[in-house]
Design a protein around this ligand. Structure first.
Ligand code: AMP
Length: 174
């Protein structure tokens, strides 16, 4: 099955980048053409009938499939980046991570008021990053219409941090 093929291309690295973290490494998936194609198709499918104006990808692994996913929707791609990386005017949100704390930024002109937005990342853990991205989109008067992840660490209940009425989809759950 497609999902099992994608799962077989994800490896778990224990104690990276810190003791106790089981790091889900998608680099074997990226090496594999079939896995790349299946992943992109599986990311798009749940939102097939949606109108999407922007896909917001979260630094850094949300940049791997984010632009291709945006192209599938005929939408623009918006990078949400860590503090100090974006050159133009930004808005910011601080957020907590499974390991540490950080600040997420977005360009002020990235979202046009009323834009329908899908927030995408490789992995949903505690949900802190996706929550910060949600707040940035809402601050620019965008409308979050979906959340899209390759992997969800269900035991961390990250979905609780996302907007309740909005569909969230992950291809693989651990
Ligand atoms: P969170 O804000 O806790 O949902 O964390 C999500 C972000 O951290 C994503 O950008 C992931 O790439 C990264 N991340 C968190 N935990 C892991 C993990 N166990 N394996 C790989 N990436 C992770």
């Amino acid at each position: 099955m497609d999902t099992e093929y994608i799962r077989s291309r994800i490896r778990t690295i224990p104690d990276f980048p810190e003791m106790g973290i089981q790091f889900k490494d998608i680099t074997p998936l990226l090496l594999d053409t079939k896995a790349n194609e299946l992943t992109l198709t599986a990311l798009q499918k749940p939102f097939d009938t949606f109108t999407v104006d922007k896909v917001v990808g979260l630094e850094s692994r949300g940049f791997l499939f984010g632009p291709s996913l945006a192209t599938k929707f005929q939408a623009g791609f918006v990078p949400a980046r860590k503090k100090g990386k974006l050159p133009y005017k930004t808005i910011q949100k601080e957020y907590g991570l499974e390991y540490g704390k950080d600040t997420l930024e977005m360009h002020t002109d990235a979202i046009t008021p009323g834009d329908k937005v899908i927030i995408h990342d490789d992995l949903l853990a505690t949900g802190g990053t996706a929550k910060a991205a949600t707040e940035l989109v809402l601050e620019l008067d965008g409308q979050v219409v979906g959340y899209s992840f390759i992997i969800e660490l269900s035991f961390l209940s990250g979905k609780n941090q996302l907007l309740k009425a909005i569909p969230s989809h992950s291809i693989i759950q651990y």
